[in-house]
Write a protein that binds this ligand. Sequence first.
Ligand SMILES: *Cc1c(COP(=O)(O)O)cnc(C)c1O
Length: 423
Amino acid sequence: MFNKDNNDFKKFESKVWLSSPTMHGPELEYVKEAYDTNWLSTVGANINELERLVCEKTGAKYAVALSAGTAALHLAIKLANVKKGDRVFCSDMTFDATVNPVVYEGGIPVFIDTEYDTWNMDPVALEKAFEIYPDVKVVVIAHLYGTPGKIDEIKQICDRHGAVIVEDAAESFGATYKGIQTGTFGNYNCISFNGNKIITGSAGGMFLTDSLEDANRVRKWSTQSRENAPWYQHEELGYNYRMSNVIAGIVRGQMQFLDDHIASKKEIYYRYKEGFKGLPISMNPFDEENSEPNYWLSCMIIDKAAMCKQVRGECEALYIPEHGKSCPTEILDILTMHNAEGRPVWKPMHMQPIYRMNGFVTREGDGRAKTNAYISGGSVGKDGRPLDVGMDIFHRGLCLPSDNKMTVEQQNQIIDMIKACFE
Ligand SMILES: *Cc1c(COP(=O)(O)O)cnc(C)c1O
């Protein structure tokens, strides 16, 4: 019996991570400065300077530092005036933090299928969605894994239908589309400094805008909506969403290394791409003419013909090993076995138990909620049954170890282990 585990690869001594924080030194000095000067709360030089640096980098006029990217998205959804019962079009293949804030405000996410060119929201499906739900006024788009989506097409469609865009650039800080930074295309824009993002503060996020009024509203909401009065006076609902000056110190120190991180992630991406030549695999694609990703995570997708049988239930996966073929489950198992961390592609929101009764629109779809049977059917991709694009990419794709600190030798071994999966 052929056994792919029976190989000579050694287990990595220290874990090779998907994407872990990479610190350099100045971060600690800014944190120490906050400590030494006793500016340990949500006011201080680190916050002010970080907001200035992010504006300088992105070209946004105003930036408001918050406790998380999710907090930024929540306040963006409030600014976009999403009310109870309002439908909101959302990217489907993304982290659930993109869409949960819609629900915090009582809105109903309707998911828009993914395209194969950049793995982001499909403008054709979005147009279709406006035919089905012409009253929708808000669209939430994410740039998956640091790859800008089809921004021009999506903006045109939204303009035509009078809808505003909430741009979730949590994963794509530093990426550009036609030379312009992501996080500046939407009416309301968000980035994240969560622990595994391109740069980090351990946590944190930011709201970006060109509107002074919006920036001021977000700043006020994020600090419990205090009015200008001698006591704590409140006219509207407030939140405790402001960034701490300690965290801002870490991010402030990281800012000067953003371009270095992008450069090393880019090298990782191209080393994989080169290493996979001749295999039935491609990398997560991007629009090479118009966009420069930040290459946050390197991902791969297996050709349909090279997929062994793989079945995913709600919380478990099984596959049948086969000569010359493989699947994400097998590759992820082999990475884990050798102390390296990969991850499945984000499981599309329309396949998540919490959202499976929500609307989901594909290029050809009718926008109705799919049933459980359709979604959890194990024989995905068999017998020519039409798949939605997100489900197909989830089925055949995976995120590769993309840590800045991974050595070339470690990456070469990972490439060789993946090669062995197709023997
Ligand atoms: C990380 C992430 C967020 C949330 O950011 P936090 O800072 O962790 O709250 C939102 N959307 C996407 C696509 C993300 O990857």
